[in-house]
Design a protein around this ligand. Structure first.
Ligand SMILES: Nc1ncnc2c1ncn2[C@@H]1O[C@H](COP(=O)(O)OP(=O)(O)OP(=O)(O)O)[C@@H](O)[C@H]1O
Ligand SMILES: [Mg+2]
Length: 365
């Protein structure tokens, strides 16, 4: 993409002061996001995916959190901005679909009130216009009879429908960037496909850049343009989606692909998962952060020297001294059987119609 990025993150660091010392949870993150582009951030639990995006608008407790680096949204660097100034960006220019839909909706307020809160703060619209916009947003995210649902409380919606409301809130102020943090993780496969299709369609309509966070490499294959694989607060591999799924080259990415469960082969996860655990952010190992778990490590160098992120061709970046050999990488990719095609819109359309008709009969509400 030739045009200027809408978001540029440069050397972003996030740490927390804890009783056990400084937890360095994001350690020098760099990426660009263009209008209409989907960037996926994948990695195991605790790798810093959520914190790296929350920290952009300081949605982390500060202190104990601290943020450094640059986060350019258009011509503005958000990192030096005060809380007061950040209020103009948070939810307005960067929309968030927070990781946990149960905590991102307040159980004691009707969803209409929660959906319009940001709009009332950020947009200069009359009450009537805000109501119309709320109805339109609920319609867009596939909630049947939206005008009747504004006064309903979160518990009156199914998990899938609640997640749609949370997405509507993320979209409510027409953000340039939408952060969708595990937006489909808690949902069944059909609803998951619908939400993926929905965000893709809204992105085409509204031209947003989307940061799609997930621990599941399979989910993003069909929707991302570029993928960042994070480990212990750093990018260990980054590539355009086709290259990453066809030829993963970092030992960690290959390990992640091998640990994907395959239908009909339930024992595989145990057989092939990555041994050991990620390091604690307060006690990171010397050298390469992944070396204690790496099947390809060269003990001397990997245990003492931190590998830089290097370009192995066409913007495919890896942070390793070692490139997994092409044959092994391709084998892991083939075994993972990840489809790079986007979800079939017809299937999703049929499924959505089904959900619609079921909800008409009081099914999914
Ligand atoms: N307020 C905090 N104080 C101290 N440490 C924190 C705080 N918030 C997050 N962390 C730590 O930051 C690290 C990264 O957390 P983050 O939530 O970004 O992980 P994640 O990659 O999103 O994981 P998951 O897949 O489980 O959502 C973790 O080690 C977490 O314990
Ligand atoms: Mg997270």
């Amino acid at each position: 993409m030739a045009d200027d990025p809408i978001l540029s993150v440069r050397d972003l660091h996030v740490s927390f002061r804890t009783k056990r010392g400084l937890a360095r949870v994001v350690r020098g993150l760099d990426y660009d996001l263009h209008a209409g582009e989907t960037l996926a951030i994948v990695g195991e639990s605790g790798s810093g995916k959520s914190v790296s995006t929350l920290a952009m608008t300081k949605l982390i407790p500060m202190p104990p959190g601290q943020v450094s680096g640059e986060v350019w949204l258009g011509d503005d660097d958000l990192v030096p901005l005060s809380e007061k100034h950040l209020l103009h960006y948070r939810g307005r220019r960067i929309g968030y679909v927070f990781q946990d839909p149960m905590t991102s909706l307040n159980p004691v307020h009707p969803i209409g009130r929660q959906l319009t809160e940001g709009m009332r703060y950020h947009l200069e619209l009359s009450d009537e216009e805000i109501r119309e916009r709320a109805i339109d947003l609920l319609q867009k995210v596939g909630i049947p009879s939206p005008e009747k649902r504004l006064d309903d409380y979160p518990h009156q919606f199914s998990g899938g429908m609640r997640q749609r409301v949370v997405i509507a809130i993320g979209l409510s102020c027409d953000p340039e960037v939408l952060v969708a943090d595990e937006a489909t993780t808690a949902l069944d496969v059909t609803t998951q496909a619908q939400i993926v299709e929905l965000i893709g369609r809204l992105q085409d309509e509204l031209g947003m850049g989307v940061i799609w966070i997930t621990h599941d490499l399979g989910v993003v294959a069909g929707i991302a343009d570029r993928v960042l694989v994070m480990y212990a607060g750093q990018v260990v591999e980054a590539a355009d989606v086709d290259a990453l799924y066809a030829r993963p080259r970092h030992p960690y990415t290959v390990g992640l692909m091998r640990s994907l469960p395959v239908l009909g082969d339930l024992e595989r996860r145990d057989l092939a998962s990555i041994p050991g655990l990620p390091p604690s952010p307060t006690a990171l190992p010397e050298g390469c952060a992944f070396h204690p778990r790496c099947a390809f490590r060269d003990d001397d160098r990997c245990a003492t020297e931190a590998p830089p992120l290097r370009d192995i061709g066409d913007g495919h970046l890896i942070r390793s001294f070692y490139e997994v050999p092409e044959e092994i990488a391709q084998e892991a990719a083939a075994e993972a059987r990840i489809e790079i095609e986007p979800p079939d819109a017809d299937d999703v359309g049929d499924a959505a119609a089904e959900v619609g008709s079921r909800s008409g009969r009081g099914g999914e509400t």
